[in-house]
Write a protein of this length. Structure first.
Length: 418
């Protein structure tokens, strides 16, 4: 209930009818100040009651949809099916408008979450009807797995200088901050022009509808296969094709991608490798008081159900439970049933939070144990270099493109580029 109330208050602060021009106390020296002021003056985005804007906070997808609907004057609505519509009252109308406009696909599994760089690229390219002359994105190392339509969206924004990457990466699944969003929207409005007619969602052709239904049935068939009868490798391949096919359906992909997914799943089913009877692997997991506890088990980074059968071989195992330290080990399984006793120790609760400014990231989240080794990495924009780097307002010397230290308190790291 607290989470729902917080989301409601956030939305009211952002979009309530208050004075348009606000001098935010936390944006005076911020790199995105001019973009934030531009959106604020045009009554597209607002701050909080204490005259803060919180520019480095992530922006939610529903907040973005509300602003996009205002910019493009999307007023038509299309019915949507959410699992719990009662919790969606304050953003429900904007979801229906976004669905009718066709720049997102709202299904029953929709979640309120921070929007990614990839999704905002797709939305902007859609509403401004942008197309790229180069879909390869060879200059970004982390976009190879994206679909052609996703690459086109990113490339079209890069070509129009709406977004930039970080060195050789774009970070498509990185979450967008309120400052970054303000910059993208401000530049888009200055440099691009909305089509004269409202963008209408493309109506599926009969062939696309038929392919969608076939793909849905095929996914259901693949999920119902008794996976214990087949090799782990062939099942992993099938699961990957199912995951990709569900993405294709969510994104309203075209006829070509739909049929490609159908072919991939059918091929993965044909390649399933039947296995002979395998031995069981059983973990007896207890706490330090010798009490039996439930735990999550990963074998070679895949979920494992305790007591299931497994192919003979050598495996890397991670066992985790709430409030306990993770247990990692290697297990060798032969042709006979194997039973292993595990004791999980209590987890240390002394944790510190790491907050990073734009241009910084870590590979290990934002909470750390006391005296844990922390590596802060720099996303240095093209043709830029580090001017200042500070830890809790104390300037630090940086060698290379990362900074390593032992964390002993809640820490705020900030970088300024020149």
């Amino acid at each position: 209930m607290k989470k729902k109330t917080l989301l409601l208050l956030t939305f009211l602060f952002l979009f309530s009818s208050v004075e348009a021009k606000v001098d935010f106390v936390d944006t005076k020296d911020h790199w995105a100040r001019e973009y934030i002021e531009d959106l604020n003056e045009n009554q597209l985005i607002k701050g909080y009651e204490n005259n803060t804007f919180k520019p480095d906070n992530e922006i939610l997808n529903v907040e973005v949809y509300s602003i996009i609907n205002k910019i493009a004057d999307f007023n038509q609505e299309e019915e949507i099916n959410l699992k719990d519509e009662k919790t969606a009252k304050w953003y429900y109308e904007d979801l229906k408008k976004a669905q009718a406009a066709g720049y997102v696909n709202i299904n029953s599994d929709f979640k309120i979450e921070a929007i990614s760089r990839l999704e905002i690229s797709k939305i902007i390219s859609k509403i401004y009807n942008l197309n790229s002359t180069n879909n390869n994105l060879d200059y970004f190392n982390d976009c190879d797995s994206l679909s052609l339509s996703e690459k086109n969206a990113i490339s079209s924004l890069v070509e129009n200088k709406i977004v930039m990457g970080y060195k050789n990466n774009f970070r498509p699944y990185g979450k967008l901050t309120r400052a970054e969003f303000s910059k993208i929207i401000s530049i888009s409005q200055q440099e691009l022009k909305l089509p004269e007619k409202d963008i209408e969602k493309d109506k599926d052709s009969d062939e696309e509808k038929e392919s969608k239904e076939k793909l849905k049935d095929l996914i259901e068939e693949a999920k119902n296969i008794d996976k214990k009868r087949y090799s782990q490798e062939s099942i992993s391949n099938l699961n990957a094709k199912i995951f990709n096919a569900e993405r294709v359906l969510r994104e309203n992909s075209d006829y070509i991608e739909l049929n490609r997914s159908i072919e991939e799943i059918e091929e993965a089913i044909r390649r399933l490798k039947y296995i002979e009877e395998n031995p069981k692997l059983i973990f007896n997991i207890r706490d330090e008081d010798n009490e039996k506890i439930d735990a999550n088990i990963l074998i070679n980074n895949r979920e494992f159900i305790n007591g299931d059968k497994i192919e003979p071989g050598r495996y890397f195992v991670i066992i985790s439970a709430k409030g306990k330290k993770d247990y990692q080990t290697y297990v060798i399984v032969d042709d006979e049933e194997k039973e292993i006793n595990i004791i999980l120790e209590d987890e240390d609760n002394d944790l510190f939070k790491l907050t990073l400014s734009e241009g910084l990231y870590t590979d290990n989240g934002n909470t750390f144990k006391k005296n844990e080794r922390v590596t802060i990495k720099f996303d240095i924009p093209r043709e830029k270099e580090i001017d200042k780097f500070m830890i809790n307002n104390r300037e630090k010397r940086v060698i290379g493109d990362e900074f390593i230290f032992l964390i002993s308190e809640d820490t705020y790291a900030k970088v300024i580029y020149k």
